[in-house]
Design a protein around this ligand. Structure first.
Ligand code: ATP
Length: 234
């Protein structure tokens, strides 16, 4: 569904992503892990069009989307839930959701509001409350809901568990599994490697801008090298 081929992305002279190849099969969940500063967010932002790669290609559903503006990529069915959620604080929950649908499809009032409320009932309860008054976990649900309003076929998530209480994380990941079971393809970056390797059919390890390992999530989770570096025993 998505193929990243030899992608290099730089900030001025700093090469943050240094020739990455990565594939996301239709219906799969692909997890990307790696230490702080490895280039994970840079890679996702390149895929979703927020950054332009210096070289390489990004192919989505057979089309070369390299260099497309982010809005066009979103309309083509590839939607990102950004790191830190970035909901519009002064607007209500419902307005945030409606804007998500509008931004991605160019149409007002897409019919999926009730589907989002079924996935995240707390958003229905708080539909008229401002997004800024929600807890971090509720804002993460809203950010996911907002992306879903654009009817993505590929959902890209940057650190969905960041700063959330364990019980909320487990709820968010349950919803992601359910969405995947219903046919949504997922690419996610996740600091919590244990979680990432559990949900990822396939996982990639990015270090200093390069993929250093990839394999089945379960296989990497059992690998002594990965355990030592990424799966500390608490
Ligand atoms: P984290 O988990 O800390 O978000 P990451 O793996 O997502 O890390 P990136 O945020 O992609 O890593 O950063 C990769 C490299 O690019 C780092 O060296 C970082 O300092 C640098 N970098 C990121 N954003 C910018 C920017 N806007 N300008 C300059 N350098 C940047």
């Amino acid at each position: 569904m998505l193929r990243i081929e030899g992608v290099v992305t730089s900030y001025g002279h700093i090469e943050a992503v240094r020739g990455v190849d990565l594939a996301v099969p239709p219906g799969g969940v692909v997890a990307l892990i790696g230490p702080n500063g490895a280039g994970k967010s840079t890679l996702l932002n390149t895929v979703s069009g927020l950054l332009r790669p210096r070289s390489g290609r990004i192919i989505f559903e057979g089309r070369d989307i390299t260099g497309w503006p982010a809005a066009r990529i979103a309309r083509s069915g590839l939607l990102q839930v950004p790191e830190g959620r970035q909901v519009l604080g002064p607007l209500s929950v419902e307005e945030n959701l409606l804007l998500g649908g509008l931004a991605a499809t160019g149409r007002a009032a897409p019919p999926k509001l009730e589907e989002i409320f079924a996935l995240f009932p707390v958003l229905a309860e708080r539909r008229r409350q401002t997004a800024g008054s929600l807890s971090g976990g509720q804002q993460q649900m809203l950010a996911i809901g907002r992306a879903l309003m654009g009817r993505p076929r590929l959902l890209v998530l940057d650190e969905p568990s960041l700063g959330l209480a364990p019980i909320i994380v487990s709820h968010v990941f349950q919803v992601l599994r359910r969405l995947n079971a219903d046919g949504l393809t997922i690419l996610l970056v996740e600091q919590n490697a244990r979680l990432a390797l559990a949900i990822g059919d396939v996982a990639y390890v990015l270090e200093q801008g390069r993929i250093v390992r990839f394999g089945a999530g379960a296989e990497l989770a059992a690998d002594p090298d990965i355990i030592e570096h990424y799966l500390p025993r608490f």
